[in-house]
Design a protein around this ligand. Sequence first.
Ligand code: TXA
Ligand code: MG
Length: 294
Amino acid sequence: MTSDDKVARAAELIRAGRLVAFPTETVYGLGANALDPDAVARIFAAKGRPRTSPLIVHVDSIEMARTLASHWSDAAELLARRYWPGPLTLVVPKRPLVPDIVTAGLPTVGLRMPAHPLALELIRAAGVPIAAPSANRFTELSPTAAAHIPEALADYTLDGGAARVGIESTVLSLVEAPELLRPGVISITELEALIGPITQAAEPVEGAHASPGMHVRHYRPATPLFLDTVRREGRGIVLRMGQEMPADPRSFAAALYETLHRLDAQSLDWIAIEPPPDTPEWAGILDRLRRAAG
Ligand code: TXA
Ligand code: MG
């Protein structure tokens, strides 16, 4: 099959209410027709994800985003024009056509236009917005390659190579005063330069939280992970910045999950990672590392 045939097949499955794993620039997503509550229910079942955790809806354009948002602010327009397609999710008030199951009953919806050609072709061919969490089981490591996706999670998988960004999108709420719900490679500093002051969400409490995907146990590899450079008993590896891991944040993010997936397959007793600096450019990485280390 050619790439066009594969996208056509995947789009047909989306329209039929099935699940399609597809590449984005951040991580692979497990997608379903966002306007079909039964299809979206299959995502929660496949992942073992609690229904209290809202999904991001992927769009192919600002126009499609506006059909799902009941209010599209100047800040939303400015941010979307600057960063879409790209690793930024905007949480905005939703229209009634977005099913409650997508947003975990919240009156808001997270929207993102992904920067991967196959993701955009898929949304276009399906002709509907696609709800998609990362294509992993709940609390496990996000996939940055098709080979990382657990078998039988999706009805079909589109392989688009290695994810370029490597960690999940920055999530910014524009529902009230701008609030950063999840850090990512687009830093709070960059966003503030465009729209002014942004508050940072307090560490979420499991169960009831503004950004329920921010579970403390998210992003965890199977191997015990430590945020230091200490060698321990048994078989393990120390990953230092500028040596085993890249020294700049973009390259570090791109390598992080790929490295953890690869090392997890080696059944080591431990992995130690040198903690990066606590600065805005590293915030997304530090957040994922802290959750992975637990
Ligand atoms: O890069 C990404 O964001 C990837 C790719 C596939 O797009 N997706 C992803 O989805 O990481 P997931 O489900 O693993 O994380 C979604 C995040 C969670 O932190 C969730 O709480 C937040 O987005 N979110 C979604 N809708 C929300 C809403 N209405 N209000 C607050 N937070 C929301
Ligand atoms: Mg996830």
